[in-house]
Write a protein that binds this ligand. Sequence first.
Ligand SMILES: [Zn+2]
Length: 65
Amino acid sequence: MPKPSEKITKEYPARGPLTQFRFEKLIHFTCSLCNQAKTSKMLAISDQNWDKILCNGCYGLMLSK
Ligand SMILES: [Zn+2]
């Protein structure tokens, strides 16, 4: 999906290929890992690619590997 037009209020330091963002408003997206429709202010992307959005749960899982 294209990068959401909502305002990013915080960009967290990259963890390897992953970058986590907090948005001002809720974002509707489909997680590229668990394929679930999510609504959250917090999400992460892989390789700076907005086609590779991860939900917060999957982001945590990726970091724990
Ligand atoms: Zn997920």
